[in-house]
Ligand binder design. Structure first.
Ligand code: SAM
Length: 255
């Protein structure tokens, strides 16, 4: 009798324990699922997705860059590579394009081969904020204003003859040398009709009185100031002394 009770006790007790652990396990599982559900999607480093520059705008950007065969043309966020490929085709310039999207880089290489300029241009899968651009003479940008601004320390690492040409969005806080408008009616692939183009000349001095609006813009301004960019207002004189002495222009090494 006692033995039977012991067996039943063990069976019921063990079952209870199993049920208890089962519940805890299930609760833990549900909790983990909820945590997973709460977690944000992994961040896509792209703040702007692929939108190609229409051919008439490409033509105007190249014209405003005043290109010659000795130029080194970069497109940061190069999409299908059209800007550097056209520059190589029309002016014989060397060029490099950088994009985070591997499929676009593959397309760039295919387009370069089709245009017969693969010996002049190179394309890389790379985050634009990590690229050394100090040897470039011309940089093309079709990015958001805060992205353009975050690139300022890198842009200031280029030589004094360098030019930057931006499509639709300015390089905020930097003096514009020339501005143009282009109407595009080349088809439904393009998002809008009226395009703006901005030309800037090195050393791309930043205006300390520039008052940005919006969280991302303010963050971008803080970023460039932390990187000790050349400014129009004050530290310029010191920086110019450094420049004439052949010292690096950014105290922390630029990009
Ligand atoms: C508006 S498209 C411009 C494409 C091309 N420059 C043109 O004008 O036709 C912007 C491109 O930037 C790329 N991009 C965005 N963020 C990037 C990053 N952090 N590093 C590299 N490429 C990036 C996108 O994949 C996209 O192809």
């Amino acid at each position: 009798m006692f033995q039977r009770m012991l067996v039943w006790g063990l069976v019921l007790g063990g079952g209870g324990l199993l049920a208890w652990f089962g519940l805890i396990g299930r609760e833990k599982f549900l909790y983990e699922q909820m945590e997973l559900y709460r977690q944000p999607e992994p961040m896509d480093p792209r703040e702007i997705h692929y939108v190609p520059t229409p051919p008439p705008v490409v033509a105007k950007m190249l014209a405003m860059a005043n290109l010659s065969g000795s130029d080194i043309v970069l497109d940061l966020g190069c999409g299908d590579g059209r800007l550097v490929i056209e520059a190589a085709k029309q002016f014989g310039c060397r060029g490099r394009g950088y994009d985070i999207d591997p499929e676009l880089i593959e397309l760039c290489e295919q387009n370069a081969r089709e245009a017969g300029v693969e010996h002049l241009v190179d394309f890389y899968i790379q985050d634009i904020y990590e690229v050394d651009i100090s040897d470039a003479t011309v940089v093309m940008l079709y990015l958001l204003p805060e992205m353009n601004l975050r690139l300022l320390p890198q842009l200031q690492s280029m030589a004094d003859t360098a030019r930057v040409i931006t499509h639709d969005f300015e390089l905020p806080g930097v003096q514009i040398v020339e501005e143009a408008k282009v109407q595009n009616d080349t088809g439904p692939n393009y998002m809008h009709i009226s395009h703006r183009i901005f030309l800037y000349h090195a050393p791309f001095l930043f205006d300390l009185d520039y008052q940005p609006e919006g969280k991302k813009m303010i963050e971008a301004v803080e970023y460039v100031l932390q990187r000790r960019v050349l400014t129009r207002n004050e530290p310029t004189e010191k920086s110019e002394v450094e420049r004439s002495a052949g010292e690096p222009t950014n105290a922390d090494g630029g990009s």
